[in-house]
Design a protein around this ligand. Structure first.
Ligand SMILES: [Zn+2]
Length: 413
């Protein structure tokens, strides 16, 4: 593959902290600011006294560990230590950038020395790195140390586990979480070398997916087991008396089982999407918008199977690994058209699993025929050299893609 650059993907999502969490965040913003300012002051004092700059470890001991034991800084222990450490690192890198700029080794416009931060600054922020014990909960909240599980509005799927998250409060009082994701194009290219294979995928009712090469894919056993447990838990809940203690217990059990199913499904989607992306250069799928299928049996199947989240995994993986994903609209009559001769053979009720083409006589498995049609409709089947025919069909996430700078310096050392 061509040039080797680290691609950083930044994904920002709106956060909705409750009042308690807002107070905790305000505390964290404030403490991070104080530690940053203390670090700048320590540097300034050393410079004025013509003494060497205190080392990072020394500052950490003095401005965090020891400061917590003093009356005027004891409240530092109310926020996550990692936030404070990160603030020190931010001060360090601000100085590093400043000196590099002075020496001319840093590209871009000249930058001044770090300035004291103020509570009146337009943007308040704190950063949690990978080791900061933050995580995304089963229910999709951002769980931050000493702040709690904050509600997130997920507008898209995170492609890979983020390396850090910055929590921002803007002037409008809105909160955001900005996740950083690192990709390694060289490793990506090595992991998924180019191939000349293409495939069409159809969502089956009897199977999770059917491929144009005839493969029928079912949910894996670990997902089916989780689904079975959920069903059992739901049945138990329905038998419990309303308002009873046992009912509350049963409800919790259902909630947990739900989360397990979601996890298992996500895992399955990851495994399958990675396999399909790995084995094929061009992938065609039906774009099944659940809205358009409302109240049909297929809609329930599409929804239950999490088809749309599966498609979005295929999308970002295709982009990341240089594959072409083509989504074809629902208007293509994939189950009605003969994949051999192209004749439109009329609608087939859902219970018809196999049919013979009235024009050419080919006997079709309903789902495999549909998958073949998906592939043809996407233009992937007619390509002579195996190269994808319809480039640019992948919804780009360019606005989040950057190849430089964001918080790399803070992660150095
Ligand atoms: Zn035919």
């Amino acid at each position: 593959m061509s040039s080797v650059i680290v691609m950083q993907l930044r994904y920002a999502f709106r956060l909705y902290p409750d009042t308690g969490q807002q107070t905790a965040l305000a505390k964290a913003f404030g403490c991070a600011r104080v530690v940053f300012n203390d670090a700048v002051r320590a540097r300034e004092d050393a410079r004025k006294a013509e003494q060497p700059f205190p080392k990072a470890a020394e500052l950490s001991t003095r401005l965090i560990t020891e400061a917590k034991r003093t009356a005027e800084r004891s409240w530092l222990s109310e926020v996550s230590a990692v936030v404070l450490q990160q603030s020190l690192r931010d001060a360090e890198s601000a100085y590093r950038n400043f000196f590099a700029s002075l020496k001319g080794t840093r590209k871009g416009p000249k930058i001044g020395p770090p300035r004291f931060k103020s509570r009146k600054d337009k943007r308040q922020s704190i950063r949690f790195t990978a080791n900061a014990r933050w995580n995304i909960t089963d229910s999709g909240r951002l769980n931050l140390p000493k702040i709690g599980a904050v509600k997130v509005k997920w507008s898209r799927t995170l492609p890979t586990p983020p390396t850090s998250v910055t929590v921002i409060k803007d002037t409008a009082g809105r909160y955001f979480a900005s996740f950083v994701i690192d990709t390694d194009p060289a490793a990506d290219a090595e992991r998924m070398p180019e191939t000349d294979r293409t495939i069409g995928i159809d969502l089956g009712l009897t199977h999770f997916a059917v491929l144009s090469d005839g493969t029928k894919i079912d949910s894996p056993r670990f997902l089916r087991r989780a689904e079975k447990k959920l069903k059992k838990a739901q049945q138990e809940l329905s038998r419990k008396q309303k308002g009873s203690k046992n009912r509350a217990k049963a409800r919790l059990k259902v909630a947990r089982a739900h989360a397990k199913v979601a996890d298992a499904r996500r895992e399955f989607h990851h495994q399958l999407s990675t396999k399909l992306i790995s084995e094929n250069q061009g992938i065609a799928v039906e774009d099944l918008s659940v809205a358009g299928l409302a109240r049909t049996k297929l809609a329930k199947s599409v929804h239950d199977a999490g088809w749309s989240s599966f498609i979005s995994m295929l999308e970002y993986k295709a982009e990341r690994y240089g594959r072409t994903l083509v989504k074809i609209g629902r208007f293509e009559p994939t189950s009605q058209t003969c994949s051999t001769c192209g004749v439109k053979d009329g609608p087939k009720p859902l219970n018809v699993r196999e049919w013979a083409c009235t024009a050419c006589g080919t006997v079709h498995d309903r789902d495999i025929n549909a998958a073949l049609n998906v592939k043809t409709a996407a233009g992937l089947a007619v390509s002579a050299c195996g190269a994808p025919v319809r480039p640019g069909a992948i919804p780009a996430q360019r606005e989040e893609t950057g190849s430089h700078g964001f918080p790399t310096e803070s992660r150095a050392a």
